[in-house]
Design a protein around this ligand. Structure first.
Ligand code: S3P
Length: 169
């Protein structure tokens, strides 16, 4: 079984992947970390030096060729929305959309400024607008996921248990 966690930046996919990994005794991987290791550059450096199109090609390569069986992948927020990545994930594993309200996302993203080149606006209100716009345009992809969990107010361990339950069904 492969489990793909998808959702907006700041939705807590990486923390949740780690929690789920302990609960299900499966290894987990973080897609952005995998990309950084391959490219030997940080995500902001890849965007600045090579551009988004290049990043999306490496991202596709990681989504579609890297994940071993019986493991969990925390995907980057944009991954399901480029090429045929979403269809690939639907065909090759269990997809879980970690859905978080914009108000919660903006707080988290704002506190981690500098790590996300597409949300690097100077004012919090601009970050909010960018998140709102991205979330709306990405929902058609995210909502194809087999399972959706409402994640804004629950702890990672509560969410991991919820995912374990839905996967049993
Ligand atoms: C991106 C999200 C990031 C990272 C890159 C692009 C996006 O991952 O892949 O900065 O397009 O939303 P997180 O969702 O882990 O922040």
């Amino acid at each position: 079984m492969r489990i793909y966690l998808i959702g907006m930046p700041g939705s807590g996919k990486s923390t949740l992947a780690e929690e789920l990994s302990t609960l299900l005794s499966l290894p987990f991987y973080d897609m952005d970390t995998e990309i950084e290791e391959r490219e030997k550059k940080s995500i902001p450096e890849i965007f600045t030096e090579k551009g988004e199109d290049y990043f999306r090609k490496v991202e596709k390569e990681v989504v579609q060729t890297f994940l071993p069986d019986n493991s969990i992948l925390a995907t980057g927020g944009g991954a399901p929305c480029f090429f045929d990545n979403m269809d690939f994930m639907l065909e090759n594993g269990e997809t879980v959309f970690v859905d978080v309200h914009e108000d919660v996302l903006v707080e988290r993203v704002w506190q981690q400024q500098g790590t996300r080149p597409l949300l690097a606006q100077n004012e919090k209100e601009e970050v909010y607008n960018a998140i709102k716009e991205k979330r709306e345009s990405r929902l058609p992809y995210y909502s194809k996921a087999e399972f959706t969990i409402e994640a804004g107010t629950k702890t990672p361990s509560e969410l991991a248990l919820e995912i374990k339950e839905v996967l049993k069904k």
